[in-house]
Write a protein that binds this ligand. Sequence first.
Ligand code: UDP
Length: 366
Amino acid sequence: MKILLLGAGGFIGVNMVERLLKDGAHDITAVDIEKTKLEELGALSNPRMTYLRLDIRRDNNALEEEVKKADVVVDLVAFANPALYVSDPLGTFQLNFIENLKIVDYCVKHQKRIVQFSTCEVYGVTAASVIGKDPKDMPCPFVEDETFLIMGPINAHRWIYASAKQLLERVLHAYGLQEGLNWSIIRPFNFIGPRIDYLPSEAAGNPRVFSHFMNALLYGTPMKLVDGGCNFRAYTYIDDAVDCIVRILENKGGVCDRQIFNIGKPDNELTIKELAYLMKEVFDEHFREEGDPEPEIVDVSAEEFYGKGYQDCDRRIADISKARTLLGWNPQYGTREVVYKTMEYFVDRFREKQRAAAAAPASANA
Ligand code: UDP
């Protein structure tokens, strides 16, 4: 199968490329404006992958040609970082809806199957929180084809991301109905693992929470608990996620045709505050070296951390029975292992940097 992977250079893309090249069953055309992570993986010299530096915002003709040649188009192109939804809502809409819609249109025109990455944020907040109940007291698994999608008000403009993704899902569904488009939609629930994000002390920006807490453990910045870290997340290890994604791509027996899939690990649920303490514990137990900082854990308000317009998703529990039943998929990695393995990636890179910095003056003098 010829897979066109749009947004192949990001966290999910590069982990997919690694797995697909290992399997060796398919040919990949990897499109991204960024190739650093693909380069680090050694994927650029693999004969089963072609890398194209195309910008989906501009290189329309070249993109359409690639869609024509593909058996399946995988669309991973997105801004997927809450800090960006708040600081650049228009850019978020432009990329996550307008530009993605163009890809969908090419797939309609050339009758190609599309696997569209969406987000668990389309579910918004829990019904419990809307009726003033504590989300902890009401089990609320999100079911792909049943659960209502509850977004906050317009002035909480973080929801522009979820709304753009939701509208894209609705357009795909409509194209399926009216033009016969074959689509599958993936709603990722907090994937983490090697190659996620950067550390804020090493690059500008405001990445996701794991990187902030990792930064605290390595560079001594405070671990900031937004609104006391009371909200829940359930982290899914990237290898588990990719295993499910590959099954969706391969689509044996057409079971994924016009289906939405949650990909998550519901029993990995914890609050962000618990995540902070767990990360400290795992770091101390396995990775701490002499001289490493002891970060403090502090509370900050959401407005202080993100600016005006942020509103949080209180709780996200994926119902994954569809993926289990249709695909025989069963995620394996528990929270502690997910944290350990992701942390190992960051620590290894950091120690390597430390060693290189320590060696630099000596070699300069030699
Ligand atoms: N958060 C936090 N401290 C940080 C960064 C994020 O407490 O340094 C919180 C954030 O408010 C949210 C959760 O951690 O409740 C997860 O945020 P993240 O940016 O990782 O992405 P999300 O899961 O919301 O997409």
